[in-house]
Design a protein around this ligand. Sequence first.
Ligand code: FAD
Length: 296
Amino acid sequence: PATPLYADLAGDCQVSFEFFPPKTEKMEAQLWSAIETLTPLAPKFVSVTYGAGGSTRERTHNTVARIAKETPLAAAAHLTCVAASKAEIGEIADAYWEAGVRHIVALRGDPPEAGGTFEPHPDGYTGAADLVEGLMQRHPFEISVSAYPEVHPEAASAQSDLDNLKRKLDAGATRAITQFFFAPETYFRFMDKVLAAGISADIVPGIMPVGNFAATQRMAAMCNTDVPQWMGRLFEGLDDHPSARQLVSATIAAELCRKLYEGGVRDFHFYTLNRAEHSYAICHLLGLRPKVAVDA
Ligand code: FAD
């Protein structure tokens, strides 16, 4: 069938938005402005990342707890096993449970220094599957985990990475959110393998609108994400044209979503980088319209 036009998209999608914990007052204001803009789209949940090496433990907690308290949104906290004992993770989990947070994005995490290798804490969890099991024993959280359509850089093979994804879901996770990718076929090929492996949980594509092409290239290289050549060509000559760059970036992400929609995808997770406009525009193109009134 022909690719549907944006005008045909019925708004029958569910979305979620990812934020990072702000460092400064200015960044805090930017985050809350983004949350205010995106709240009326009634996302299924919003999540807040956990700094590499657990460096944002307090800030992540405070941000998630404030979202849970002050907005109608379901807030999810990212949590990693880096540099923490099982007992420390248990305390963090208890604090979230007490704050009314019921959803954890459970990850192994990366070491604090870029390029380093993960060493489990002597009394800690060995990886995300192990962490999911520990969290589920502590409280009946809803748990999301990661998935890698282009294979995690440390995986021994694509099959072992898939086996690991299955272990995380079998341990109690409800869904997986993918690492960002730019070609829709990457997701569809991965889903063929996921289904063949007997995995039936939702594998939600993680959509990254490109803010800065050079930075995206660096990030993609670290996490094994292919940056197609056509993308480089599309950003060529736009260094001094920030508005045009934004439009190009939103168009690329919207086209990716439209092709995923055409292939049956109805759930999207947006890496917002604490800016609402790209995600809001893409959701609008997907047919989503404000649902909830925001309390001024
Ligand atoms: P795991 O699922 O534990 O896997 C790690 C690697 O080990 C994989 O290669 C896997 O195949 C391999 N592996 C695991 N178990 C076995 C086994 N038994 N035998 C052989 N191989 C095995 N990082 C942060 O620091 N903070 C965040 O907030 C954060 N949020 C993220 C959100 C999403 C949606 C995604 C996709 C990633 C996020 N990350 C975050 C990055 C993530 O922490 C890194 O990619 C990290 O390197 C792996 O974490 P994981 O949970 O995917 O690891």
